[in-house]
Design a protein. Sequence first.
Length: 208
Amino acid sequence: MTVIEDMNWRYAVKVFDSAKKVPQKDLDELLEVLRLSPSSFGLQPWKFLLITDSKIRAELRKNSWDQPKVTDASQLIVLCARTDMNEAYVHKFVKSIAETRGIPVDALKDYQGMMLGSVTGRSQEDLLNWSKKQVYISLGTLLTACAVKRIDACPMEGFDATAYDKILGLAQKGLTATVVCAVGYRGADEAAKDKKVRFPKSEVITEI
Ligand SMILES: Cc1cc2nc3c(=O)[nH]c(=O)nc-3n(C[C@H](O)[C@H](O)[C@H](O)COP(=O)(O)O)c2cc1C
């Protein structure tokens, strides 16, 4: 199977089979894919919430344009950006690099300086937007991994982030809901028959 076959197999599922659950082993793998996603400087300004509580999922659905996949997919993952990126966070990250790689913190002084410049040199708004961009990268890796593993998914921006933050108590945790992804298996979904719509290569790819 090629990656192109994987990309053609996947689509944003509208109707999930609510009886089919993603096995724990596969779910763990998807969560590990999220954890391993790349981010600018490797700062990982995110947290991924696996929502299993059906009452909470019902509440979230009310704040997601009533999209059935929020409650019917096997799992719902809320991808959050950190709202608490600051100097202390950079120091914590540098300590983690030093420990993981067995090198002194001092050897990372230049790298630390660059990261501090990037984090402290931005307005809060810009910093949050930057963090959210990193979260979207993790969404991309998740969607690709799902396709490779023939697990269905639907990314979602159609939700009220303020309501999600409130329901999930995210503000107190220094987080904000950024994008959501339902994972599971397609059900009797008419959308599965739709042809994939993409502009031609000539329009979206240019060699200069
Ligand atoms: C960031 C993002 C947000 C999306 N939000 C929703 C959504 O809220 N509800 C939905 O049904 N589809 C949503 N989609 C799915 C897109 O509509 C879909 O990916 C697009 O039409 C391309 O079709 P395909 O993924 O089936 O190939 C979203 C996709 C992305 C990447």
